[in-house]
Design a protein around this ligand. Structure first.
Ligand SMILES: NC(=O)c1ccc[n+]([C@@H]2O[C@H](COP(=O)([O-])OP(=O)(O)OC[C@H]3O[C@@H](n4cnc5c(N)ncnc54)[C@H](O)[C@@H]3O)[C@@H](O)[C@H]2O)c1
Length: 275
């Protein structure tokens, strides 16, 4: 079959970061369901192993891999070893690993700023930097970067997280342009709330912690499996943005069509709940 008519997400040789939980785990499962082989990379070895063991038991070639996406030397090593671990060239990279951080500007410590920027933004930069040339030289494949609706919605008390996700969106837009016509698709995922471990594992101010954890189930319009499925389908179409939930699409269009109204509404809504 000609490469052009093949779907990248079918029979992929994939690397998924943050594959040990939530959206990353769903990506690993769905890639396996579509016949692919997967490196399940996660900073938590136990989580990476649990997911890879589960998939291996189902007959998938799944490899657990402990690695911190924020450390360039570890990501470089992952990129170097991946073709051998997968037994063929990498065709799909999902830069998914991320952490949650909340708090007002001036309240969030600079140490926490660096921690979150390092995982959420540098992790994706490392993934693109080390894997994009590999895929480009193969002339076939896909890169999915996981941003968030936070990348454009600018929700108060989420400044660091918002900045990292805006950066991931910009990086993905640039990469999409640079890889146009090379056979490598680029997609950036911008979900709103998806029930995962992010609020439990993240760093949130005490006064917002319960609300954030409750929001993960109360305001979630879609589960992580559906998000992963829709995103892989979007990547197969070489669709740059995927906003899987309707609440994210509403915010996206209001901000673009009525930016002043959006900014005013956001500030006034925040005044109602700010301490
Ligand atoms: N859950 C949501 O509501 C939501 C919404 C928008 C975007 N996202 C994004 O989705 C992605 C996945 O998050 P999730 O919600 O599934 O969270 P999660 O906490 O369930 O999973 C994240 C995984 O990443 C791993 N991880 C954390 N730091 C890492 C590092 N430095 N190196 C490698 N792995 C690391 C964790 O161990 C964990 O297994 C993140 O980028 C997140 O920002 C989540």
């Amino acid at each position: 079959m000609a490469l052009k008519s093949m779907k990248v997400s079918n029979n992929a040789a994939a690397v998924v970061t943050g594959a040990g939980s939530g959206i990353g785990k769903s990506f690993a499962y769905e890639i396996a369901r579509r016949g692919g082989a997967v490196i399940c990379a996660d900073i938590r070895q136990d989580r990476a192993e649990a997911v890879a063991d589960y998939l291996s038991a189902l007959g998938t070639h799944a490899v657990p891999y402990a690695c911190d996406v924020g450390k360039s030397e570890q990501m470089e090593e992952l990129a170097r070893k991946a073709p051998e671990l997968l037994k063929r060239p990498v065709t799909l990279v999902v830069n998914n690993a991320g952490v949650g951080l909340g708090g007002a500007i001036g309240e969030v410590t600079l140490a926490d700023w660096h921690w979150c920027m390092n995982v959420n933004l540098w992790g994706v930069i490392h993934g693109c930097h080390f894997f994009a040339p590999q895929l480009r030289s193969v002339g076939y494949g896909g890169i999915i970067n996981v941003a968030s609706a936070a990348g454009f919605a600018a929700a108060p008390e989420m400044s660091t997280y918002n900045v990292t996700k805006a950066g991931v969106m910009s990086l993905s837009e640039t990469l999409h342009a640079e890889l146009t016509g090379t056979g490598v698709n680029v997609t950036v995922l911008c979900p709103t709330v998806v029930p995962t471990n992010i609020a439990n594992d993240g760093r949130l101010p005490e006064r917002r912690s319960d609300f954030a954890k409750e929001a993960m189930t109360r305001f979630a319009l879609m589960d992580s499996d559906t998000v992963a499925r829709k995103t892989l389908d979007a990547m197969d179409r070489n669709q740059l943005y995927i906003l899987p939930q309707v609440d994210g699409r509403i915010a996206w269009y209001i901000k673009r069509l009525a930016p002043r109204l959006y900014a005013k509404g956001l500030g006034e809504a925040y005044r109602l709940i700010a301490d």
